[in-house]
Every structure is written in structure tokens, then in C-alpha cells.
Design a protein around this ligand. Structure first.
Ligand code: SAM
Length: 246
């Protein structure tokens, strides 16, 4: 079976580069210090992708991935188990290794990530207990990329979803969120998905209302030309690190 590649995959390098680089910097990848680390990291709404975990696997012992759809979870399992037809992430893995200063060690990193990801769970952030019936210890860090805007039909639902995922995080733990501002849709192949247009003020206030302190917020304007042209109407990408205060 022909291996899938970035040519056929909807999330292509440009947004991956900016999000990937941001996650690398949160994990302290470039400098090797000052980043986030700990025992357990939970990725909320992983989709079929692993790029968001590539730096995290260097500093977190155990990673739990999660998604709402069976298909996405199966796609992730395929890559984790090196099954035929699994997506080829190696160009992205090499790129992240380059950012971290170890381009030649990409194969090792793939193995490290495969070992770190212990479970791929069903997740629904619209539920009070998003990972139920699974029971996990409170995480040191939650990461979620492009999920809130895809999952939440209204701003009220988004506020609730943030409250729901907070229950998975230990007090003083970190939440690493990335996504888009101002997006009303995105396309995967010829499939159109609605998204909730998020704005910075709303997101920061919603997090502060539930006792998160914003430690870092980076925004990348929409590039003049991106591979996502006409595939989404986002205005900016954001990358945020917040700390649970209670
Ligand atoms: C745009 S994709 C992002 C995937 C991946 N995190 C990334 O960065 O490319 C949005 C993801 O949110 C998931 N999702 C949709 N509704 C959800 C829900 N209620 N709870 C959790 N995840 C959900 C979708 O299945 C999809 O994988």
C-alpha cells in the first residue's frame, strides 16, 4: 500500500512549522532548559497527528493521546504500531529534530514517542469528564491544538470545555493551547468542517475566569501565501501557555 505523505495530508508543513516550533520552544527544545516537563502529559483532541507531541516526548515520561473520532484514534494507533499504510511523519520529525538541534536523531525520536504514548483514548471535551470512563492521575501538562474551535459550537460551550479539560490537570499544572483566531471553517480534502471563530480577548478572559494565569501568548499572522489558502479563513494562529492556579 502506498504510504501517505505530506502531499496528500491536509495539515501541511506551513502551519505545522509554526505550531511545531512553538511547542518545541515550550518544551525547552531549542535551549534544553526552562521548558515544561513532568510525568504525565495528556493531548486533548489529538486528531490523527503526532507533530504536537514530538518535543513533549523528550521531557514527559508518559503521554496519553485522545480524540473524539474512532478514525483519528485508529490512524494514530497505526503510526504507533508501525502498521501498513500508516502516515509518514518523518519529514516533520526531521524538521522538529532540526529545531531541537539534533536532525540526525529523528528515528530515535520516533521510537521515543512511540514508547511514551501509552494510550489513545476516546475524548469528548463537551462532557464534564472528557475522558470518561478512563481514569487517569491528574496530568502535569495538557496540550491541545486546533481542537477547541473544531469541537465547540458556541462560545458558551467553549467556556465549558475549558472547565471540563481543567479537571484533568493537577493544580499548578500547565495548559498548552494552540489554534486559530477568526476561523469559521476548515477543509480536509473536499470535506468542509465548521469552526468556532475564537478571539484573543475571549480566550484569555475564559481562562482567567477559571483561575489560569497566562504565562505566554504568541501570535502568528496569517502568511500572505500558505498551503492552507482557501482551506480555512483563520486570521491568526495562536500559541498559549497557561498555568492552573487552583
Ligand atoms: C482540526 S483537528 C486538530 C487535530 C490535531 N490536534 C492537530 O493539531 O492537527 C480537530 C480535532 O478535534 C477533534 N474533536 C472534535 N470534536 C471533539 C470533541 N467534542 N472532543 C474532543 N475532540 C474533538 C476532532 O476529531 C479532530 O481530531
Amino acid at each position: 500500500m502506498k504510504q501517505k505523505s505530506l502531499e496528500t495530508f491536509p495539515w501541511r508543513p506551513k502551519p505545522l512549522e509554526s505550531l511545531g516550533a512553538a511547542v518545541v520552544s515550550a518544551a525547552g527544545g531549542r535551549t534544553g532548559g526552562g521548558g515544561l516537563k513532568g510525568k504525565l502529559l495528556i493531548d486533548i483532541g489529538s486528531g490523527p497527528t503526532i507533530y504536537q507531541l514530538l518535543s513533549a516526548c523528550e521531557t514527559f515520561e508518559v503521554i496519553v493521546a485522545s480524540d473524539y473520532t474512532d478514525k483519528n484514534r485508529q490512524e494514530l494507533e497505526k503510526w504507533l504500531k508501525k502498521e501498513p499504510g500508516a502516515f509518514d511523519w518523518s519529514p516533520v520529525v526531521k524538521y522538529v529534530c532540526e529545531l531541537e538541534g539534533n536532525r540526525d536523531r529523528w528515528a530515535e525520536k520516533e521510537e521515543r514517542l512511540r514508547k511514551a504514548v501509552r494510550q489513545v483514548l476516546k475524548c469528548d471535551i463537551l462532557k464534564e469528564r472528557p475522558l470518561e470512563p478512563a481514569v487517569l492521575p491528574p496530568a502535569n501538562c495538557l496540550i491541545s491544538s486546533l481542537c477547541l474551535e473544531a469541537a465547540c459550537p458556541t462560545l458558551g460551550a467553549c467556556r465549558d470545555a475549558l472547565r471540563h479539560i481543567k479537571t484533568l490537570l493537577r493544580p499548578r499544572g500547565h495548559l498548552v493551547l494552540s489554534g486559530t483566531f477568526g476561523s469559521s471553517f476548515y477543509m480536509v480534502g473536499d470535506k468542509w468542517f465548521p469552526t468556532l471563530p475564537l478571539e484573543e480577548k475571549f480566550l484569555l478572559e475564559a481562562l482567567q475566569e477559571i483561575s489560569f494565569t497566562i504565562e505566554k501568548l504568541e501570535k502568528a499572522p496569517r502568511a500572505a501565501e500558505t498551503l492552507l489558502d482557501n482551506r480555512s479563513d483563520y486570521t491568526r494562529m495562536f500559541f498559549l501557555v497557561a498555568r492552573r492556579g487552583d
